[in-house]
Design a protein around this ligand. Structure first.
Ligand code: KG4
Ligand code: ZN
Length: 358
């Protein structure tokens, strides 16, 4: 089955042609980082305009690179949410028009489910039940996946996403955007034990994440130690490198510690770690060590498939198309789309007084 994937949920316009859900014939990504960089984050209006400009050429290039005719695809898969509404609508509208013109089946894909499928490439097949940690700029979730297509949220962030914390801390010390890769680079030359940040724990005992308190702790540290944010092009000081290493270390300990604790309770047969933050080498290393302790394999996407791309959307869509799922031309973007079709005990969460911002 040959599927065209389309992804425009945030600041990457992407299209990919994928055969049988695990073979990439082409994967084209047009990143908008240079446009949003000077604002220190994604500007939604600029993002949707840029998607409009790029979607046609990006899809053309995907077909040209794969050397396939449009008519030879078996279906289309497009991200329908969560994401920025104007951005999502560009992809959804384009995909509907193309499906109609080619008379091919179309399915909508949840972006987070797409990240889970990013490990379908370059890894052995996932054995279920699996435990999937999805860490990106907009999401930090731990899913129990007893079988393909079934998801239970076992932990999630109460406030900031892990990638968002990297981006905010980088902005705070004048490091630029996106913060994750820059912090990782500086952390390699810093001492992770230089600044003592506590791993955030929930008072109610639920295995959730929280990163906004950590951001406040970093702000306080910067102020109390009189660290000056870097001006454009300035070389980072050792104090900033140490801060980057200490911050990264506590984020990694929080993510991996929770994943390991939950794994000890659920007994997964595969661990999946995906999303933009899964590019992080320190996180990968800590996950590998935890997986060894747990004696289960851990799969990561290769770095170009960790951040947003359309190959993962095509892979997730292939399973849906194969199962006979079809979207009508009334398919719409859903900004707040959640992933999770196994009941979580919301009463227990309420009793514990858990409040979620995301
Ligand atoms: O998955 P993604 O491309 O977009 C969303 O769906 O959000 O993730 C982008 C996020 C950004 O917050 C970025 O700072 C973070 O992933 N990121 C990293 C690294 N590379 C990207 N965080 C930590 N270390 C990295 N090497
Ligand atoms: Zn993403």
């Amino acid at each position: 089955m040959l599927v065209l994937g389309i992804e425009t949920s945030c600041d990457e316009t992407a299209a990919a042609l994928v055969r049988n859900g695990n073979e990439i014939l082409s994967s084209v990504i047009s990143s908008q980082i240079d446009i949003h960089k000077r604002f220190g984050g994604v500007v939604p209006e600029l993002a949707s305009r840029e998607h409009l400009d790029k979607i046609g050429p990006v899809i053309d290039e995907a077909f040209a690179c794969a050397k396939v005719e449009r008519n030879s695809i078996d279906g289309l898969a497009v991200t329908v949410g969560p994401g920025l509404v104007g951005s999502l609508l560009v992809g959804v509208s384009y995909a509907k028009a193309m499906a109609f013109a080619l008379n091919k089946p179309l399915v909508g894909v949840n972006h987070i489910e797409g990240h889970i499928y990013s490990v379908a490439f370059e890894n052995p097949p996932v054995i279920h039940p699996a435990l999937a940690l999805i860490v990106s700029g907009g999401h930090t979730n731990l899913f129990w996946v007893p079988e393909p297509g079934k998801y239970k949220v076992v932990a999630r962030t109460r406030d900031d996403a892990a990638g968002e914390a990297f981006d905010k801390v980088a902005k705070l010390v004048g490091l630029g955007y996106p913060g994750g890769p820059i912090i990782e680079r500086l952390a390699r030359e810093g001492n992770p034990r230089a600044v003592k940040f506590a791993v955030p724990r929930m008072g109610d005992g639920l295995p959730d994440f929280s990163f906004s308190g950590l951001k406040t702790a970093v702000t306080k540290y910067v102020r109390e130690n009189d660290l000056q944010p870097l001006k454009h092009g300035e070389a980072p000081t050792q104090a900033i490198r140490d801060l980057a290493a200490s911050f990264q270390s506590v984020v990694v300990r929080s993510l991996v510690g929770t994943m390991e604790k939950v794994a000890e309770e659920y007994y997964p047969r595969t661990l999946i770690v995906a999303g933009g933050v899964a590019c992080n080498g320190a996180l990968r290393e800590a996950c590998r060590i935890a997986a060894k302790r747990l004696d289960v394999p851990v799969y990561f996407p290769s770095p170009h498939l960790s951040t947003d791309n359309a190959a993962m959307i095509a892979a997730a869509g292939t399973v849906k198309l194969g199962a006979g799922e079809r979207a009508g031309l009334d398919l719409n973007a859903d900004v707040t789309l959640r992933l999770g079709n196994i009941e979580v005990d919301e009463d227990a969460q309420k009793r514990a007084g858990a409040r979620y911002r995301l």
